[in-house]
Design a protein around this ligand. Sequence first.
Ligand SMILES: [Zn+2]
Length: 172
Amino acid sequence: MVDRRIVPNLRWIAQRFPIYVSDGYSGPLPNGEHAGCHGCHVRHSDHYNGLAVDISPLNWSDKCDANWRGITRLALWAEPQQNEPASPFRWVGYDGDAGHGCGHHLHLSWEHAATPQFEIAEWVEVFPVGAQTGRKPRSPRKDRPKTPPAPPPGPSGGISTVHSGGVSPRGD
Ligand SMILES: [Zn+2]
């Protein structure tokens, strides 16, 4: 279970990388049940807002072997330089991060408004994925600036829509 606004990004990633999402939102549900993994995430984890996923290869292996090649490619795409994730990612956990990495798991979280845990973020940054209908776009998409639009000022910025124009899918 994840915030629905990152689902198109996850579909886009799943079409290009052999991912298995092992955890998304973690926390209570309105019906009193609990979603996701209990006590697996750090305090203030983006998992508590449904804006983070933990990823492993479709073909699970507990060793850093060929099954992880696609996940490593994805990790490098999302974070070309350690501790400098590409927009719109807020944090990427993989090799070099304790409890993450090849043979363990990849964590991706999306930039979003500061939000109390177990609540829906006011806004979330996503990358544009184009039409999801299977039709070909009529014209190539324009180049987009690398940097996302600035977040709304202050906690009452009032923006409730998804920012979707911030980054090209390849991050170039
Ligand atoms: Zn995680």
